[in-house]
Write a protein that binds this ligand. Sequence first.
Ligand code: HEC
Ligand code: HEC
Length: 276
Amino acid sequence: MPLGLFFVLAGWLAQEPPAPAPPPAATSSLDFAVFRDRVQPIFVAKRPGHARCISCHSTGTPMRLQLLSPGSTMWDEEQSRKNFDTVARQVVPGNPLASRLLIHPLATNAGGDRFHNGGKHWMSQDDPEWQSLATWVRSAPAARAVAASAAASSTPAPLDFEFFAAQVQPIFLAKRPGHARCISCHVTGTPMRLQPLSPGSATWDQEQSRKNFDAAVREVVPGNPQASRLLVHPLAPDAGGDRFHNGGKHWTSQDDPEWRTLAAWVRQQTTGTSGR
Ligand code: HEC
Ligand code: HEC
């Protein structure tokens, strides 16, 4: 009897402590267990020709993962929770191709974005690791419901070229105190490559503007300013921007008139406002 009691007690004591605070609502549609068991191993895996994600992403980079405890090859439950919160910010639930986590380390010609300081780790969307991430992101139920109801209520209009030429492009040329103009960097050697201005011109002609439009559209998720790199990359992190833009944080608030102009363009609320 005393031995039986001992086991009952031991079993009770060994149980998990009460769960800590639930993750914030924004991330709750993503599955934590799948993240812990299927996604996290990708961050510690070694790929030929590349450093492990964790080699860089535990200090000094955006998407800062927890340090592994000495002697551990995997994170414990509490560390995993913190990683989950961090990584969920790189994800648009339900939409792998709008999720930085999936497109930043993916080869550009396989649907990835242009540049990741840490290299392109996946050459194809068929890569098993990429597929695991995509399954995790796609199966977020809340996002599916939201996407479905959005699709049911409106078919997205194409982005407005006239509005882009008249209202968005001037932002790339404008001077902001303490910053170089977007165009100073974004004509050569950077992603989102804009056309150089013709000698003597203060703005782009129609054909150049079309090319700029194509470059800018790739940085945008129509209907969703907060998921659009064009809007979150130069926006301060505490205003909803991402952590790091090599070219600096040009907007400190989503109330900035330039940011609102970009948001109107991305939300497709421009019809009739361009006056053409
Ligand atoms: C050699 C170092 C290095 C490695 C290895 C590396 N990264 Fe990165 N990563 C960076 C740096 C530096 C940045 C910030 C600059 C940039 O966006 O390219 C970054 C940015 C990112 C971002 C965007 C974060 C943000 O908030 O803008 C994501 C997502 C990302 N990395 C995911 C990964 C994943 C997943 C892996 C492994 C498959 C990986 N990285 C491997 C250095 C690295
Ligand atoms: C001082 C140079 C510089 C300036 C000024 C600058 N950028 Fe950048 N930008 C970069 C570099 C370098 C990268 C690539 C590394 C990174 O993502 O931070 C980049 C990345 C980006 C990206 C992500 C592109 C991609 O496909 O990954 C966007 C969007 C962007 N910049 C928009 C802007 C906008 C809009 C402005 C003006 C408000 C601007 N940048 C000003 C240098 C600059």
